[in-house]
Design a protein around this ligand. Structure first.
Ligand code: ATR
Length: 291
């Protein structure tokens, strides 16, 4: 990488960032296409978010990614928020268009692109159970409803948060599909699980090796698709799904595809997805496999 006076700057605002793969993915992609861009980590604490956002303009940066804990709060400091991101209530990508800061969300579309690409699953018409009600679950639930799923059941450990998400989705999507909240303690009800076609774990359980299995996979019908958005390791959930012969997918594809979509917003060039995938796998020390 050669940095000179014309090098364009993008980066990521978050706290902490030590484990972020994004700098690796984007810098490898810039290198691959010989673009004079650099992607830097900016450890921005919540109290400094507003001034950091203003710096995008004052430092003439092309844009940034936004991650935990800023995805929701950053919207207040932007000039414009794309309708999708507004609907999800979260921004993960900012573009500086001639001093105007525009917020996008590529997480949701990244999820769909991976589900259809790596997972070869079209969510249209599927009955979906989604575990989680955080930022990731918000993005994923919105895009799934837009893709025409038949029904959505949200399960979350903290009931209030899960019900809030259901309320938000019903307000935005009206009667697009039936949406309900199922108490965490009732998630393993056989009658509910039998009818599910797609189960998505959008919680952070599974990030660490002591991660729980969360759901009794024996209660699903054969062919139920299991998607765990955790990307840094093969989770207990995915191991168990594989053992039972259920089709399954990890979160690496989603991570790469959301990065690719951000890359395209900043550079107007098609992202070198394979290069980004190879880089991520190398960084994670993974052998090449479908995750
Ligand atoms: P993100 O933006 O990545 O979604 P988040 O907003 O912190 O992160 O949300 C994390 C999700 O994982 C939440 O749904 C959280 O449930 P709570 O709302 O009850 O906190 C869920 N989660 C985290 N640890 C969990 C655990 N041990 N068991 C069940 N759910 C868990």
């Amino acid at each position: 990488m050669k940095i000179d006076g014309k090098t364009k700057i993008v980066g990521i605002f978050g706290y902490p960032l030590a484990h972020s793969l994004s700098p690796h993915l984007h810098n490898a992609a810039f290198d691959e296409l010989a673009l004079d861009f650099v992607y830097l980590p900016f450890w921005v604490q919540s109290k400094n978010l507003e001034v950091a956002v203003r710096a995008i303009r004052s430092l003439n940066m092309v844009g940034v990614n936004v991650t935990i804990p800023h995805k929701e709060r950053i919207m207040a400091y932007l000039d414009e928020v794309a309708p999708d991101a507004r609907m999800m209530g979260a921004v993960n990508t900012v573009l500086n268009r001639k001093g105007k800061l525009i917020g996008y969300n590529t997480d949701g579309q990244g999820f769909i692109d991976s589900l259809e690409g790596e997972g070869e699953l079209n969510p249209n018409g599927k009955r979906v159970m989604l575990l989680g009600a955080g930022g990731a679950a918000r993005a994923i639930s919105s895009v799934l409803i837009q893709e025409g799923i038949a029904s959505l059941t949200i399960v979350n450990r903290t009931q209030r948060r899960g019900e809030e998400l259901v309320h938000h989705l019903k307000r935005i999507f009206k009667n697009r599909c039936p949406i309900d909240f199922l108490e965490f303690g009732k998630r393993n009800l056989e009658a509910r699980l039998r009818e599910i076609n797609l189960f998505v774990n959008a919680t952070s359980v599974g990030l660490n090796p002591e991660g729980d299995l969360l759901i009794n996979l024996d209660l699903f019908s054969p062919g139920t698709f299991i998607h765990d958005i955790v990307y840094n390791r093969k989770t207990e959930l995915l191991e168990a799904a594989e053992q039972r012969g259920l089709p399954c997918l990890g979160g690496l594809g989603m991570l790469i595809r959301q990065a690719a979509l951000s890359f395209e917003i900043w550079t107007h060039r098609k992202a070198p997805i394979q290069k980004m995938r190879d880089t991520a796998e190398k960084e994670l020390g993974m052998k090449k496999r479908r995750t």
